[in-house]
Design a protein around this ligand. Sequence first.
Ligand code: ADP
Length: 656
Amino acid sequence: MISSLLIANRGEIAVRIMRTARRLGIRTVAVYSEADVGALHVATADEAVCIGPSAPAESYLDIDAVLSAARNSRAAAIHPGYGFLSENAGFAEACQDSGIIFVGPTADAIRAMGDKAAAKTAMERAGVPLVPGYHGNDQSPKKLAGAAKKIGFPVLIKASAGGGGRGMRIVRTAAEFTEALDSARREAQGAFGDDRVILEKYLERPRHIEVQVFGDTHGNLVHLFERDCSLQRRYQKVIEEAPAPGMSEARRAAIGAVAIAAAKSIDYVGAGTVEFIVDAGEGGADGPFYFMEMNTRLQVEHPVTEMITGYDLVEWQLRVASGEPLPASQGEIVQDGHAVEARLYAEDPARDFLPAAGRLVHLSWPDGEGVRIDTGIRDGDTIAVEYDPLIAKVIAHGPDRKTALRRLHGAMSDMELVGPVTNQAFLAAALDHPDFVAGDIDTNFIGEHLVALVPPVQPADDATITAALAFLLDERGVTRTPSAGDANSPWQATDGWRPNLPAREHVILRDGELEFAIDLVNGGEGWQANLPDRADPVPLGPLPDGVGVYRDGHTLIVVNGARQHRLAHVVPLAEVDRGEGAGGGLTAPMPGKVVQAMVAAGDKVVRGQTVMILEAMKMEHAISAPADGTVADVYFAAGDQVDEGAELLRLAKDDD
Ligand code: ADP
């Protein structure tokens, strides 16, 4: 067995590989970029080597840097994980040339499958069924347009060198073809430096079903059943499961045999995945299936296979890389129950799944029965903008699909994750959707159910606002309403300090486009808030059970069960009086973006009134009028970028 292993990756997969290596008594070496100095994978490894700045091209993708880290740490082998260098044939070769074992297939096998056109040509020869299409060398627009017509619309254009759904275009009519081809080529050239394309018949009701295969250096090749990855968004997997719902045993055996034939045709060694597209419109999981591509690495969703087979696929990889035979024969590999995985991302479903970044101010994982969490993130860690915003893979196993789904849904609802916006509620909604629960799925599922899965954002309700206000008072050490007879209540702990009564506070909270300016008053009866649209003041008592408030910079995150609401606490900047002598100009204290201009030329303002809100360093800052006066001019509008020192607006003071 290998004695030492460098993991050329980061995040959850690096941590997950180390877990197995450690169990097998293998010394682990992490590599990291400057952005990852404090990351979990660095802390988990026996040794860690910094390989460059945060940009992936200068660190995790830098072959020389990774290899020199391996040599300096005397690592016997390198595990590339997924992504980064995992499907880079040149890297596999460079490892070999340096006398380091590459945990993966040969460079030739990576090359054979790395190009969609070449892979299809090879698979055609091996008798593997292909989607009707074109993958020839003649790339002239005329030839391609003719081929598209022959295939019959709708047609899917794919980048030959593609991955991650980039360079893919659906073309529904001949008239749209040329334009779609041009745009697919531009995207492919930009993303892969290669603008060749292939064409496929576009299936309207496709299911993505893939087969896990494994080969060793002794000529053994097995499959470990299929995974259904049909829940996708923009061709990217979101929820994966094993086995495929509704697949018959006969089909399972057939698709497994084809996957093995595909792998055998290139003498495959190590872990690989043969991806098929199934025409679910004609027979669900048992509809006609076609080879799509083969991924020559460990797949993100491998845990569902581990949970239904009981094998550790990373252990298999390390054994195979050490020259050992596969730990089990085809006949010994059996399925037990059902497993489902959901990819938890820092992204905002309500804003078209825009990636989010930032610090996790509170994190607590669920530990329900059959639940597994693969993560590279701890409480207090920051999701960096440089990398994939995956927070964790949450996987649940159960004796049957219903139980596995229920357990995963339970885990999704129980986890406490406060900080950047995540897709947690979206995943919970998908797992609970009656069509998904019924196994009625294809790759259109998420797109077609988006409205149900991403409910519209509701403005903060009174309970949310009062929770935020109570938190702010607490933070300042201001006593809230003492409830009589509750001497041990933390709200009683005044430390001998009493405010001068009556006391007043003024708080500004922003909720997206809305702004609430709220007066808090304590006339001796405890604090009360005058909420907008409420006639009577509302007392601010202790937070109800199940409600928590967390601060992230100037953002207050009010957590109520699985719901989270973000409110910006707008803090008036120290009154800006620079430039006043020159007639009342207000300048930007830092570079930023104008969120809102509250006033227009001619408006009367009073001292302290918020006239503009700037967003800078991910926080909102209120610009307030330094004196009573009249607005003479406003130089910027919402959305404008402003430089530090830029004059924002001009006031004519009343006494001028
Ligand atoms: P990439 O390598 O860019 O990820 P794939 O070829 O693996 O691209 O396809 C990604 C996804 O696109 C598939 O999982 C499936 O959802 C969809 N897809 C691919 N080919 C077809 C097709 N012929 N018809 C319909 N959908 C397809």
